[in-house]
Ligand binder design. Structure first.
Ligand code: GLU
Ligand code: ZN
Length: 290
């Protein structure tokens, strides 16, 4: 059974870049006779924008997306993330850290793919009293690799390229990496299709899955939609909301971006016709050649 998902963060209205990810994951799951789940990734409540989840859901409905089951909200799932953290602690794989950003920058001697590698200070010394605690995952010098369905073979040395990463922040919020791994496993997700901005996160997620004894998933990272300055579309780059565009035409544009070569007639067709064409003609490997 194929189970895919779309997991938007409610930081603003759905824009064309996230619609493309939704269309790709939807067609991928539905073309394999699978299910498609919707999960609102509001684990980082400090970035949550009032009304954004409902707005995203309404837009998805207007575009004719049909998700299976109830919508899952990460903000309501702390107990599961806490259980995962407890398990990692019991396995001796997670440890508390009281270092500030500055202390880490000053003491780190190695650069990873996302900046300074955490030097393991709190693993070697007692943590500071009366300081908020973050939790880090221990990362050994171990190669983690996977075959992305679009971008091909990927690998990191989890200890040397990433280092001990935060799974629960000092402000008490669980990290995206931990939440996404727990949710994908608990929801039985088999196929992850998402934007290429998350390609670098995947080895961390696979390593966490291994630590927690979860089943491996298949990954496909689709090219990012960039604005004409070459930046990723986001609220910051003032991506226009797609809420006011014609759904059929916007899905046509998304299918063009995804190299599916839809016929022009789709633009003026009914949503049913558009989705029928999109799902029955979907081939993810058309993206592999770009
Ligand atoms: N919530 C993430 C985002 O909106 C997507 C997470 C994922 O697909 O794994 O960028
Ligand atoms: Zn520390």
């Amino acid at each position: 059974m194929v189970i895919g998902r779309f997991a938007p963060s409610p930081t603003g209205p759905l824009h064309f870049g996230s619609l493309v990810a939704a269309v790709a994951s939807y067609c991928d799951a539905k073309s394999q006779g699978g299910q498609w789940l919707l999960r609102i990734e509001d684990v980082d409540t400090t970035r949550r924008v009032e009304g954004a989840s409902d707005d995203i859901i309404r837009t998805l409905q207007r575009y004719g997306f049909e998700w299976d089951g109830e919508i899952v909200y990460q903000s309501q799932r702390s107990e599961y993330y806490e259980q995962a953290l407890t398990r990692l602690r019991n396995l001796g794989l997670a440890y508390p850290c009281t270092c500030s950003r500055k202390e880490i920058a000053d003491s780190s001697t190695q650069q990873g793919i996302e900046g300074a590698i955490y030097p393991g200070t709190c693993l070697q010394h007692p943590i500071k009293p009366n300081t908020s605690i973050a939790w880090r995952l221990k990362t050994p010098a171990k190669r983690i690799s996977f075959e992305d369905r679009i971008v091909g073979w990927q690998q990191h040395n989890i200890g040397q390229d990433i280092g001990d990463f935060v799974i629960k922040r000092a402000d008490g919020l669980f990290s995206y990496q931990l939440a996404v791994v727990v949710d994908d496993a608990m929801q039985g997700i088999t196929h992850v299709v998402r934007g290429a901005d998350l390609l670098q996160s995947t080895t961390r997620q696979i390593y966490l899955q291994q630590c927690l004894g979860y089943a491996p998933l298949l990954y496909a990272h689709i090219p990012l939609v960039l604005n004409n300055q070459g930046q990723k579309l986001s609220k910051q780059t003032l991506a226009a909301s797609i809420a006011d565009m014609s759904p059929a035409e916007t899905i046509y544009q998304a299918l063009c971006f995804l190299h599916q070569s839809p016929p022009d007639t789709i633009k003026n067709a009914t949503l049913n016709t558009v989705w029928h064409w999109a799902i029955s003609n979907w081939k993810i490997n058309r993206l592999a050649r770009v």
